[in-house]
Design a protein around this ligand. Structure first.
Ligand code: SAM
Length: 239
């Protein structure tokens, strides 16, 4: 399917330009400031039941914090991103912290082909919204196919609530919160996210996960507009 002219080009960045080293540095600086990265990583490692013999793949690894932390607990980590600049940044960070069991690949949800043993877990944070819904569903089916039976899928992303009565208030309160916590520049990125990127509605995301074959074990609403889905690959075939 990848050779077809109608296939979505996931290598073209939408939203923030993660092909620019200045944007990558700025992204890392902001994330260290506004996120409790250590707590997030603990949540992921517990949810996917990480073990020393496990292989874990991360899509959209970004500046690489999760991959580095997971590398200390697992046998092997595959860290993927479409941005070579992000990957170089993440690789240098891993080297400076002495983590060697991470392999970096420039590929995305749609272009990566997993040819090794089935995986124990797949993780992705704040990256799936780069794809329109049909291509999200294609990505979820790809992920399902890479996992062992019983393997875990941890998805964290910006997802919009369908229970909202007034979206203007909902988005304004999110943007105002970002202005207080971070800065005007990041608030502008959030505005662009809502306008130009492909975050979807909660019921659509749940439907896509279950139709891709996953059993959703838990859904957590972490903060404004950010949901976590902890999923498992059951023994049935994808629907
Ligand atoms: C908002 S950053 C998130 C980075 C990191 N996961 C985090 O939580 O900070 C989104 C990342 O997804 C990457 N990305 C964009 N489209 C992608 C795709 N189709 N497949 C994989 N990664 C993608 C971007 O290059 C960027 O590094």
């Amino acid at each position: 399917m990848l050779n077809q002219p109608w296939v979505y080009n996931e290598m073209r960045q939408i939203g923030t330009d993660y092909f620019s080293i200045d944007e990558v540095r700025e992204y890392d600086r902001r994330m260290q400031k506004i996120r409790d990265v250590k707590k997030e990583i603990e949540h992921i490692l517990n949810a996917i039941n990480t073990g020393p013999g496990h292989t874990v793949l991360e899509f959209g690894t970004g500046t690489g914090e999760f991959a580095i932390a997971a590398a200390g607990k697992c046998k092997k980590i595959y860290a993927l991103d479409i941005s070579a600049v992000m990957l170089d940044y993440a690789r240098q960070k891993a080297e400076s912290r002495g983590q060697g069991n991470i392999t970096y690949h420039q590929a995305g949800f749609l272009t990566y082909e997993h040819r090794d043993e089935p995986l124990d877990a797949v993780v992705t944070q704040l990256a799936l919204h780069h794809l329109p819904d049909f291509w999200k569903f294609t990505a979820l089916r790809n992920i399902y196919g890479m996992l062992k039976t019983g393997g875990k899928f941890y998805l964290r992303d910006v997802v919009f609530s369908s229970a909202v009565e007034n979206y203007e208030e909902y988005f304004t309160s999110w943007i105002d919160g970002i202005k207080k916590m971070a800065d005007e520049g990041f608030a502008a990125n959030v505005e662009r996210h809502i306008r130009d990127e492909y975050s979807t509605l909660d019921w659509v995301m749940e439907g896509m996960l279950t139709r891709a074959g996953f059993v959703i074990e838990n859904i957590y609403q972490m903060e404004n507009c950010i949901n976590v889905y902890v999923c498992v690959k059951g023994s049935g075939a994808a629907k």
